[in-house]
Write a protein that binds this ligand. Sequence first.
Ligand code: HEM
Length: 502
Amino acid sequence: MATMWNGISFPFTEQSYMTLIIILAATVLWLLWSVSSHFRSRNQSDLRLPPGSFGFPFIGQTVEYVLALRTAEGIRQWVQTKIDKHGPLFKWRFTGYPVVMMDQPEGTKFIFQNEGTSNHIFWPPHISTLVGPDCVMGLSGERHKRARRLLARFFDHSAMSRYLHAVNRNAIRHFNDHWQGKEELVVLDMTNKFTFSTICNLLLTVGEGPMMDKFLEECDHWAKSASTMPINLPGFQYHRGLKARNTILEMLDGLLQQRRKEIAEDCVSEASKVDILHSLLTMPEEEGNLLSDSFIKDNLLFLFISGFDTSSGTLAMTIYFIAKYPHVYKEVLQEHKLILEEKRRSGKDENVLTMEDISTMKYTWRVVKETLRLHPVVIGSFRKTAIDLEYKGYNIPKGWLLNWNTQDSHYNPKYFKDPLTFDPSRWERAPIPFTYLPFGGGPHICLGNEFAQMEILVFIHHLVRNYSWSLVNPNYNGPIIRDPLARTPDRVLVKVKQMTAF
Ligand code: HEM
């Protein structure tokens, strides 16, 4: 999901087509703009709008924003330059919509606390088509509350202890199958395999094999298409993404029919009885009816996407930072050694992790939090105003977008001392509310954050326990690429050495 949350990032592989289309579109829109601007300026002249500029007609700052999104430094500087010029609250224009980048933390709090009343979730139409009409993330108001209630039971704290055992087994198997005997590895490819197989298992009881590979391939196309130009013509990534959506839905349809048959014949395997597909097929809605196929498929598709590359990218960058800073590695190692020593002392199985073990991995979680501060998977997203608003003496008209964004506060020395320094110890204290937003906030706050925490910590536990690793390019100091997940150009290429498990 990371892919789409970041805003829209065009990879420019289709650059020549896009340039032509942008120029033509801009010319037409310029004419429309010129005719209508006279009337608009008259209406808005009475309002006190936030400072800032709308940039080019219609497309506004879309292209410069999208280009800035291609590196971590680029987007940080884009936001900073605007703040230096206009202050922390400014207007700009994105894909045709007037946007207000809200100041932090007050503006972000304002968005999240008023969500569902004066503002609503907003996704551009082409993203809404990709996620489908019943996907929890695209819904608002009562429909969103209902969908969230239905899905939340799969991700609450008690569900975590049910999943832990399977996630732990999957991690052990992953290291045996993919790390053993290797000298060099691309960490991002490994974490993709691990998080995708974890989510496939959790949702559908589908293990590694041709079906999982096909799901992965299609999800990858889907995710890439969410961050390209929405041109539905053969040869364009967006077109491929829509095809991927259809293929995934067809595959899910096959699984749904098969499972329904097994339920009718009472021959569902014990493993499948506890997956999310099974619950979705058997649990009644609040009104007593079974859930519609469209609801089940749209949300399974979304959980695939949101539950895989977000955690995978975070894991890969965490492993990168642990390798980069030996003092961090030392502390992480020590924490996991203590967990194992305690298990040995009390005669417990060393290969089994409990929720209590997870909660003792405090330092490791701080390392992950620091990674997410510097490289949040989601840069920010948009909400749409449902009424004319007044905020800090400014008018924000109905229909404008409000943009919450991680870049100002995550890198602001007012909230995080020496913000460019990787320092997990800063998490010994809680941050000021609404300054740290890797999982968003408000009614759409990440549903899978506890699950992500658990799977990331389980993976790191088995990694530090069995392997030492070092960066193949330790002196790389160039930009961290975002495509759109943050990664080093070599996708975190490491030398690995298997250790005798401690
Ligand atoms: C490190 C990992 C993750 C990060 C950084 C992350 C981040 C986010 C963010 C920022 C949002 C809110 C977007 C917005 O407000 O516009 C979100 C929503 C969501 N996430 Fe995550 N996520 C992660 C992992 C997961 C996992 C593992 C799952 C499920 C398996 C998941 C499921 C969801 C769902 C269902 C929503 C939509 C909730 C709603 O609309 O009510 N996420 N995530």
